[in-house]
Ligand binder design. Structure first.
Ligand code: SF4
Ligand code: SF4
Length: 70
């Protein structure tokens, strides 16, 4: 399964990813950090492309590698 992972240490809570996600998989958590519902995420990568601080990585849960770096 491919899904987006947020590094909450990097996330500045701008909300860009929340507005970009085509399936509404992202919401901001109690601390204002992006949170991905991996059951909803389709791994399209739109959020990662739009994040100003590169806090999001699309990962493959089976290999735990970043497909974009292969
Ligand atoms: S990878 Fe696509 S579907 Fe998944 S959270 Fe990001 S924008 Fe939404
Ligand atoms: S676009 Fe990046 S910095 Fe903005 S809320 Fe999403 S993960 Fe956080």
């Amino acid at each position: 399964m491919i899904f987006a992972r947020v590094d909450k240490e990097l996330c500045i809570g701008c909300g860009a990813c929340e507005g970009t996600c085509p399936v509404g998989a992202i919401s901001l958590d109690d601390e204002g950090k992006a949170d991905v519902d991996i059951d909803v995420c389709i791994g399209c990568g739109a959020c990662a492309n739009g994040c100003p601080v590169e806090a999001i990585t699309v990962v493959d849960s089976e290999t735990e590698t970043d497909p974009a770096e292969e």
